[in-house]
Design a binder for this molecule. Structure first.
Ligand code: 26Y
Length: 822
């Protein structure tokens, strides 16, 4: 048992000051007079890191002594954002730090701006992983996040003459004060080469993989501090490096090995995050990245298990559960099988019994272009033994399918891990479902569609295996830290325990009609809008009126998310104003934040179009006080933290059935923004929570989308029947928004007419406009709007990631919290 010592008391202001100054002097080699904000930031991080590491040490000791079962969250992406304010909040030291810095003549908000975002993810999936590890630590659950230590995270976006330019992100260029390198836990990862078949004395066939090269995995640990709790878990990220020693060995072994040998520059494996979100690229390096971090992580887990249990594998599945964040880490399944069968020499059934009790898989998408498939030949080249194992898994699975549906080749072809065709492909989704004991979607509607449309036969074969866990967000970052004014108002009204029990916010509902509270609530919103307006002025030199409706759409740029539906509506409003200068509308500021995948042409065209339309409208005195359009460049976690508290309207307008869940929708509603949205993803559940009067739902339902597709959707019908649609689409073809460059925006029109409008933008346009008119009317009634905003905040309890984690724990992981002893 852990030795009992005195509980360590948190720093007080004087101690904090002393710690900061000490680090200025001793860690950074500067002093109070010379230090710039960057140095102050680093010194402040260092000052709390001591306490963080103390918590980490105690946590690891407690987990070790209690031999706890733990969840291992495998994710190719962790979109952590900044950590200083989060860690201060979670340690309960924010006010102490802010006071200490003030006495040193430094504003904490200024130094927080020095921290580069840790942008090791694309969007929703990566941020979800970050929220989940926050909740896991807060709930004192034994958990490790495993991922990749990308040298460059998601690209930095610049806008030049309206177009997106990608620049490398270098988040660690001046050192990262949070991460700790753990050379003692380096792993080696084999790649390429060939498989030798040996026949043992007992007649057992033994496979030996002779890799063509070996790379090194270096672990970097980021402490994950739980809120108020004592638990400090870790996020372990693997950096690749060359393992020259081995490769010399191979080199010396002779020519025939050389023939099998492939050269990956080992360091390139963890060099850069692939910026594609929801489009599978099938790039060799991506597969190597996936295998690299899975292999390192599994070996790390096994090393830890063996320390406690030696070679006895019988308890492995009791101690270890691995959650696969989408199929990106699915290669871990054959890797564990390889370790158990080839290295530990368990027989197949035993190994499969263990493996299928360890893995659980979360699906995040139904979009066919996002479902990962790898050419069998590519796997064979990089991971020859894994391809054999995948075939063996599939062979045995096909036998099971045959029992259920005898001699049905159609169903076999449909369920097989291998897609036969011109080129044999390995379907990672199928592998994940077959190799896991639980599979979940990320919102009620999405999980229903996973069962009915994506994997219906798997659901029939294994009833109960496919399930739902609705996503959530951490209220510590997404309310307490990013919206301090609202948090303090809530604290005053209902007490301060809501960050750990978000259903407590329901107590606000009874003040929804209270005039005084409405006034306070909306005053906070106004103040937040002022801060954002300042930001907009500074970064874009655009003046916006804080009394206008701040209408916000922030998410990756994707056709299915339909930023262009928003844009067409803006153009329609603009046109109405030009035709009738007295057109009656509440002034609106339309604010966008979005990155497009660098290779996604139409997405980039939409960004360009938004910027061009913005230029025109913002400089047109005829409409100037009614509409402003703002595209804030380089959308990222830290920018979201500024935009979300300042939003009145939250745009969640994806084609029904396409957005698995959405999590931005939850963050905005939590901060009192009203959703305009389709019945898609978690919007459905948000509508259930807040009630029909407090959300603006529009557009086709999933069923209607299906029906319309069935009967044949003809976008031209809408074009010819709705003069406003025709006018705005034709407008795109002129040079009105792109003087001297007619046709510069025509690709959008083409996608909506000639290319069939896959996402039914035109079908939903009119209903979207109507919803916008309803919003306009609602906003005019100040009391009504305030009430809606308050109810939105009050009813977000369900969407804390603590609830998501509770669902995972009870239904899938079966974990217990572990108290941390001093
Ligand atoms: C295969 C590779 C190119 C790829 C890389 C990143 C594929 C997908 C992704 C990212 C997907 C993603 O972010 N999905 C989002 O996950 C969120 C968390 O569950 C959902 O809320 C959101 O609806 C979904 O689009």
């Amino acid at each position: 048992k852990a030795a009992k010592t005195q509980p360590s008391s948190p720093l007080d202001k004087a101690e904090f000051k002393a710690a900061i100054v000490k680090h200025l002097h001793c860690t950074l080699g500067t002093d109070e007079n010379k230090a710039n904000n960057h140095a102050w930031w680093k010194a402040t991080c260092a000052a709390i890191q001591a306490q963080v590491l103390e918590g980490l040490r105690k946590t690891q000791k407690s987990h070790y002594f209690n031999d706890t079962r733990a969840v291992h969250y495998f994710s190719a992406e962790f979109l952590m954002g900044r950590l200083l304010s989060n860690n201060l909040q979670n340690l309960g030291l924010f006010d102490v730090a802010s006071g200490a810095l003030k006495e040193l003549g430094v504003e904490i908000t200024d130094i927080m701006e020095e921290e580069p975002d840790m942008a090791l993810g694309n969007g929703g999936l990566g941020r979800l992983a970050a929220c989940f590890i926050d909740s896991l630590a807060t709930m004192e659950l034994p958990a490790i996040g495993y991922g990749i230590h990308y040298e460059h995270g998601l690209f930095r976006q610049e806008i030049k003459s309206g177009a997106q330019i990608e620049r490398p992100d270098s988040w660690r260029d001046y050192g990262n004060p949070w991460e700790i390198c753990r050379p003692e836990s380096i792993q080696e990862v084999p790649l390429f080469g060939y498989v030798e078949t040996k026949y043992g004395e007992s007649g057992r066939i033994q496979k030996e993989w002779h890799p063509g090269s070996i790379v090194k995995g270096i672990p970097w640990d980021i402490p994950v501090v739980g809120y108020e709790g004592k638990t400090v878990n870790v996020l372990r990220l693997w950096q690749s490096d060359s393992s020259d020693y081995f490769n010399w060995d191979v080199f010396n072994a002779g020519g025939y090995v050389d023939a099998q040998r492939e050269n990956v520059q080992a360091e390139t494996i963890s060099k850069v995050l692939y910026p594609n979100d929801e489009t599978e690229a099938g790039k060799e390096l991506r597969l190597i990245q996936q295998y690299f971090f899975c292999s390192c992580s599994l070996k790390d887990i096994i090393r830890r298990y063996k320390r406690a249990h030696g070679d006895d594998w019988s308890r492995f599945a009791d101690q270890v559960v691995i959650q696969l964040n989408d199929t990106h880490p699915a290669i871990a399944i054959p890797e564990l099988m390889r370790i158990l069968v080839d290295r530990a020499e368990l027989d197949w059934d035993q190994a499969w019994g263990i493996s299928t009790k360890v893995f659980a898989y979360t699906n995040h998408t139904l979009l066919p272009e996002a479902l990962e498939k790898w050419p069998a030949r590519m796997i064979e080249k990089i991971l020859p033994r894994h391809l054999e194992i995948i075939y063996e898994i599939n062979h045995r699975f096909m036998a099971e399918v045959d029992k259920k549906w005898p001699s049905d080749n159609r169903i076999k072809a449909k369920l097989s891990i291998i897609e036969e065709g011109n080129e044999k492909m390995v379907r990672m989704g199928h592998l994940s479902v077959i190799g896991s004991f639980a599979v979940n979607g990320v919102a009620e509607m999405h999980s229903r569609l996973v069962k009915s449309d994506l994997f219906p036969e798997f659901d029939a074969l294994w009833p109960g295996k496919l399930t739902n866990v609705t996503n959530g967000i951490t209220p510590r970052r997404w309310l307490k830290a990013c919206n301090p004014e609202l948090s303090k108002l809530i604290d005053k009204k209902i007490g301060s325990d809501w960050p750990k029990d978000l259903y407590k916010l329901e107590a606000l509902e009874k003040y929804a009609d209270n005039k005084a509270f409405q006034k306070q609530f909306m005053q906070v919103k106004l103040n937040n809008k002022q801060l954002l307006a300042d930001e907009i002025r500074e970064s874009l030199d655009i003046e916006v009126d804080v009394n206008a409706i701040f209408d916000v759409q922030i998410k990756r740029l994707h056709e299915y998310k339909r930023q262009h539906l928003n844009l067409l509506h803006i153009m329609a409003l603009y046109r109405r104003l030009l035709e009738n200068p007295d057109y009656d509308m509440v002034p609106r500021v339309f604010i966008f934040g979005a990155k497009a995948a660098p290779g996604y042409k139409l997405a980039k065209d939409i960004i360009y179009a938004i910027n061009k339309v913005a230029d025109k409208i913002n400089n047109d005195p005829r409409v100037n006080n009614k509409i402003k359009v703002v595209f804030l460049p380089n959308y990222r976690v830290s920018l979201a933290e500024k935009m979300i508290p300042a939003s009145d309207v939250s745009e969640q307008i994806s084609t029904a059935g396409k957005e698995a869940s959405g999590t931005g929708n939850m963050k905005l509603a939590l901060n009192g923004a009203i959703t305009v949205g389709t019945l898609d993803g978690a919007n459905v559940e948000i509508a259930e929570e807040v009630g029909d009067d407090n959300i603006f739902i529009f557009g086709l339902t999933v069923e209607e989308v299906h029906e319309l597709k069935e009967k044949g959707y003809k976008p031209y019908d809408y074009y010819y029947r709705d003069p406003e649609i025709k006018a705005v689409l034709d407008w795109l073809e002129t040079d009105y928004f792109t003087p001297g460059k007619p046709g510069a925006l025509v690709s959008i029109k083409q996608s909506l007419l000639d290319h069939g409008d896959q996402y039914m933008v035109l079908a939903d346009f009119r209903s979207y406009c109507d919803a916008q008119i309803a919003i306009d009317e609602a906003y005019r009634d100040k009391a009504r709007w305030a009430k809606m905003a308050i109810i939105n905040t009050a009813k977000m309890g369900k969407f804390t990631s603590d609830r998501s984690i509770k669902d995972y724990v009870e239904r899938i992981w079966k974990l217990s919290p572990c108290k941390i002893e001093n």
